[in-house]
Design a protein around this ligand. Structure first.
Ligand SMILES: [Zn+2]
Length: 395
């Protein structure tokens, strides 16, 4: 009898267990003095410790270095700057070495590391570690999750957040007897053998959706080497997976010469006119056709985002979904880099976008108001207690 492997081996496990996957660890970070940490970040971000652009005027030169202050003085404008000036980590309170350790721990997670865990590991306050991570996510959203994909590109949407708990609550898995409290009548689906006048449109998919439901639309470019997975990922969050939103995502992020592969969702029907070719795969029949046509890379990325948001971060708010999705895209695209290169890549991407737009002054109540959506940003729904809420006085 001949045995077939369940799936083709792509060398992922071999890579992660190999020596070249891990070339940098916490013991290397522990050895860094304050000066070494500055050198490390400068090399990662500017590629040099001696020549760099001045944060204030942009002049690239070998600026005057002060080993006492661990800062440079610009040769042109005379102002001083440190390695984190003008980046998302500007005005940091923690020492750079600690920030690097926390960021390294965070970057090493396969599908994310929660802020609470890092707080326990490194004994810093929750707001500190939370804003630190959110600033990294901002850097990835603004610096990494940009640009245009081309070649063979797969696209897929996934429902995220806004579950209709009322329908699911107290329902045993796999059917069975209903238990109290029963589901409110207005949320019940009509029976499939319904006779009589046509059902009102409120039973359509869009009408039944929870207002907090979002769609994550992911676009992935296949790598050149066959069987090695996708090489680049872009994500967007939308309210619905309508033709309007998928076209706007595709036109903003995919070059017109690309070969597109999607599932048979009707929203993708006009893609054949817009791109070099458009193939669809009918998931009710198979997951791939002729060994070529599939959007499995996009599907598997979506599954990983689900694992991250539901299994690690738990209860991600709609307001910051885009930020979390960009983080996942970065994790996915750098999966085959060694630990050291991945960490440098993180610093490069996150520290190149300038100052933080969304997290400066967060702990003083300055919050981003908007949810970043394909349809246009909209004010995010507030969570928690309303402003001015006070506990009821005891009777
Ligand atoms: Zn200057």
């Amino acid at each position: 009898m001949k045995y077939f492997p369940l799936r083709r081996r792509t060398g992922t496990a071999a890579f992660h267990t190999s020596r070249k996957a891990v070339d940098f660890g916490h013991q290397d970070l522990e050895k860094l003095s304050a000066l070494d940490a500055v050198k490390f970040v400068a090399e990662a971000v500017w590629g040099s410790f001696t020549e760099m652009p001045c944060v204030h005027c942009g002049t690239i030169d070998a600026h005057y270095w002060s080993a006492r202050e661990l800062r440079w003085k610009c040769k042109c404008c005379g102002k001083r700057f440190s390695v984190t000036s003008g980046t998302v980590w500007a005005d940091r309170k923690l020492p750079l070495t600690t920030i690097l350790r926390i960021a390294f721990s965070w970057g090493n997670g396969a599908s994310g590391v929660p802020a609470l865990q890092l707080r326990r590991d490194w004994n810093v306050s929750y707001p500190t570690v939370f804003t630190l991570l959110q600033k990294l996510r901002e850097g990835l959203t603004r610096g990494f999750s940009t640009g245009i994909l081309c070649g063979t590109v797969e696209m897929d949407g996934m429902d995220i957040n806004g579950r209709r708990y009322k329908e699911k609550r107290n329902k045993p898995q796999g059917g069975g007897k209903k238990v109290s409290p029963s589901i409110p009548a207005h949320l019940l689906k009509p029976s499939p053998d319904h006779v009589g006048p046509p059902l009102p449109p409120k039973w359509g998919k869009a009408a039944r959706q929870h207002p907090d439901r979002r769609q994550m639309i992911s676009v992935r470019q296949r790598g050149i080497s066959k069987g090695m997975g996708a090489s680049a990922t872009k994500v967007s969050i939308a309210i619905s997976e309508s033709s309007h939103t998928v076209i706007s995502v595709a036109e903003r992020g995919i070059s017109a010469e690309s070969y597109l592969m999607t599932d048979e969702d009707p929203s993708y029907t006009s893609f054949a006119r817009r791109f070099a070719s458009h193939e669809t795969i009918n998931h009710s029949i198979s997951f791939s056709r002729e060994g070529e046509v599939s959007n499995n890379q996009a599907e598997s990325f979506n599954a990983r985002v689900r694992r991250g948001t539901e299994g690690i971060y738990l209860n991600v708010s709609n307001k910051y979904l885009t930020d979390y999705a960009s983080e996942m895209a970065w994790r996915e695209d750098t999966r085959k880099l060694s630990t050291g290169n991945r960490f440098k890549h993180l610093l490069q991407e996150a520290l190149w976008v300038g100052m933080s737009w969304w997290w400066r002054g967060y702990t003083h109540g300055k919050h981003r108001q908007d949810e970043l959506l394909v349809e246009g940003n909209q004010p995010a729904k507030a969570r928690g207690r309303p402003k001015g809420w006070k506990p009821k006085p005891p009777k």
